[in-house]
Design a protein around this ligand. Sequence first.
Ligand code: PDD
Length: 287
Amino acid sequence: MPRTVYVNGEYLPETEARVSIFDRGFLFADGVYEVTSVLDGKLIDFDGHAARLQRSLGELQMANPTTREALLEIHRELVRRNDITDGLIYLQVTRGSDGDRDFVFPAEDTPPTIVLFTQDKPGLADNPVARKGFKIISIEDQRWARRDIKTVQLLYPSMGKMMAKAAGCDDAWMVEDGFVTEGTSNNAYIVTQDGTIVTRQLSNDILHGITRAAVLRFAREAQIRVEERPFTIEEAQAAREAFITSASAFVMPVVEIDGKPVSDGNVGKMATRIREIYLEEMRKAAV
Ligand code: PDD
């Protein structure tokens, strides 16, 4: 069964969906995206993703082709039409096309392109890897300087995943000026020996993760100490625990960094607890 996808106002079989070869998303990576997870047929933190989409578009002076309400309806319709119980919804908005290639932005009335599609992931929240944990490598952060904008220019993160794979690992943490920025597609955390969760503070250096915001809120509510500051790979290797967060992995323990086990190399208690709290609370609040 081909998926039903959404392109510029129409629901179409994926085999019939079309975007211009002149689309600026294709030619210049001039577009932004969001990934929202679906658990039990409901959207996790939809409002967080809708708000960040608006922010990314605003930072790039790109028009928002939709409203929060219309976007919610499209998400729900795609969940229905594709019969998704657990999975992901990918959304992309680009600056569209005025029928040629030009570095200069097209006229302001050029319609943006909006595309959404589903990814069916049965048992997304019961991922067995969460019981095993991720092995990661560190790599230099060679991305552009506006990582707070969720653009579709993901070539370097994609290369980072390939470097991790070649090293027999699951992912890579990127390092700039000696400090970890974030994972290739997730935010990075450690738990210090005294039980404090440490993650880099928000700035243009990292994506302002929607999962990060929720996890830090739940941690503080559970009276767990949180410090938002940079940390090094050496500090992470000497930490009690490490983990990552994203809309698709939720909270994923990290058990090895550059070949060194974190503590005894087993999944940590704090990461497991935070994952449980996150999934329980977010399922309750899902729409
Ligand atoms: N990635 N940092 C980067 C560089 C990311 O690409 C992502 C998300 C995150 C986590 O953000 P959030 O919690 O809002 O998902 C942090 C998505 C899942 C992706 O590219 O598939």
